[in-house]
Design a protein around this ligand. Structure first.
Ligand SMILES: Cc1ncc(COP(=O)(O)O)c(C=O)c1O
Length: 458
């Protein structure tokens, strides 16, 4: 299995050929799921005592299994938050694996961690955080949010011995991503969702909720989470005023920019993030709007030491990593994971190859596509914008449609390989309705793609 023979050479060539074909195909087949029993019937059991052979296994993947997946970079995949990794980043993902580097500690991963840190330096510069701020790459936004909030709670507990045995309390908006609720559960922290009434959360909203808390709950409050680009609508909370309240109330200020973080590089919308430079921590997902392959999130801290206090693991076999001789930046100290892939390396290579200006332009294109789509919606009498496009998200309704019609339209377009565009919900005047939503990431999406999709709603 570890020997170098003809079978390995052939398998390697097959993989390279597939990879080249795939990354040069700008409209891969829009695959659709099948039931597990159906897939099993089509491919049979693949794990056997003797193995089924690389050629055979790869054929099953190419002919059957990959067709039961949705290529996230398809130009008409506009659902959820799609992705469009650069070809350079994808190729370097292969290099990252082939190089077999342990990314937890500088002693083993120095050269790779150097690459990650170069990319991180650029990310941090986009935030405007003070000069000592820095961060690490994580498996995604959920892990970044958890890492940041655990650091926040640790800081709060260390600040006052009374907090040690106390269950913490978090505040965020009702439009925050579900991962905040999920991670509060993981941390066993309580969470209050502040109703932002379908728009952005403000410092005043936060203040009135804080003022309404009983003293015992006020004492349990350790952090507020704002969103820099809500997943559903691309809305950015009023970061400046929220920062002010957090500072006054001595709360950790976390900004979840998992989706919207790429837009920090876009001059046309950068002002909407004013106040982010006062954050204690920020989440940005390069696997969303910074064109990295899955999985790659990032967490950035104003004060790295606070993250280290929360996350640094201790163990007799780890002591050598902290020794003077192994000295360097240890990513394991700043987030929840120990052994880690150097998942920032594909971003580094792509950034180094293309330069930051191409990133800026590709992100601006997503914002522009959202505006173009909004105009096309306005021009069609059977459609209606629900609210102006925000970042790269467009919410719109097909006049007269019921929730079932949105659902059936989604399935039909998916089945026919036209597009993947899924419904969402939105509250207008207190009433929740089902609507349709675009999220643009891929700069290769064309105006014709948008027309094609909108025309299927006639
Ligand atoms: C605002 C926001 N936060 C967090 C997440 C979770 O990120 P991940 O799926 O990378 O864990 C998402 C995902 O869409 C998001 O949009």
């Amino acid at each position: 299995m570890h020997s170098i023979d003809m079978e390995l050479v052939e398998m390697t060539l097959d993989v390279m050929k597939y990879t080249i074909d795939r990354i040069s195909n700008i409209t891969p087949e829009l695959g659709a799921p099948k039931k597990e029993e159906e897939l099993l019937e089509m491919v049979g059991e693949t794990i056997t005592p003797k193995g089924i052979g690389g050629e055979n296994a790869f054929k099953l993947f190419k002919d059957v299994l990959v067709k039961a997946t949705v290529p996230i970079d398809h130009p008409r995949h506009l659902a959820f938050v799609p992705a469009a990794p650069t070809r350079a980043a994808i190729m370097f993902d292969l290099v990252t694996s082939a190089s077999s580097i342990h990314g937890a500690y500088w002693m083993e991963g120095a050269g790779g961690i150097f690459c990650e840190n170069q990319a991180m330096k650029w990310l941090v510069s986009l935030t405007g955080l003070p000069k000592d701020a820095f961060g690490v790459f994580t498996s995604g936004g959920t892990a970044a949010n958890l890492s940041a909030l655990v650091a926040a709670r640790e800081e709060w507990r260390n600040r006052n011995p009374k907090n040690k045995d106390c269950k913490g309390l978090l505040l965020t908006s009702s439009a925050a991503h579900s991962s905040i609720q999920a991670m509060a559960k993981v941390m066993d922290a309580d969470l209050i969702l502040v109703d932002s009434e379908g728009e952005y959360l403000t410092g005043n909203d936060l203040k009135s909720v804080i003022n309404s808390l009983e003293l015992k709950d006020r004492d349990r409050l350790f952090a507020a989470v704002a969103t820099g680009g809500t997943t559903n609508a691309g809305i950015i909370d009023e970061l400046d005023s929220i920062a002010e309240v957090c500072e006054k109330e001595k709360l950790w200020f976390h900004v979840d920019c998992a989706y919207g973080g790429g837009a920090l590089a876009a001059p046309s919308v950068r002002h909407l993030f004013n106040g982010i430079e006062k954050a204690d921590s920020i989440t940005i997902d390069p696997h969303k709007w910074l064109f990295s392959p899955y999985d790659c999130g990032a967490v950035i801290y104003k004060d790295l030491e606070l993250a280290k206090n929360a996350h640094s693991q201790k163990g007799s076999y780890l002591e050598i990593f902290k020794d003077e001789g192994a000295h360097g930046f240890n990513p394991a100290d700043y987030q929840i994971q120990l052994t880690r892939r150097l998942r920032g390396m594909p971003l580094w290579f792509s950034l180094a190859m293309h330069g930051t200006e191409k990133y800026r332009d590709s992100i601006e294109r997503g914002i522009e596509l959202a505006k173009i789509a909004a105009n096309k919606i306005r021009e069609r009498d059977y459609l209606e914008l629900v609210r102006p496009a925000s970042l790269s998200v467009v919410l719109y309704r097909r006049k007269g449609w019921t929730p079932d019609q949105y659902r059936d339209w989604t399935y039909k377009n998916h089945r026919e390989g036209v597009a993947l565009v899924t419904p969402t919900k939105w509250k207008t005047n207190g009433e929740e309705e089902t609507i349709s939503r675009f999220c643009f990431i891929n700069p290769d999406t064309t105006e014709a793609d948008i027309d094609l999709i909108l025309d299927t709603m006639k």
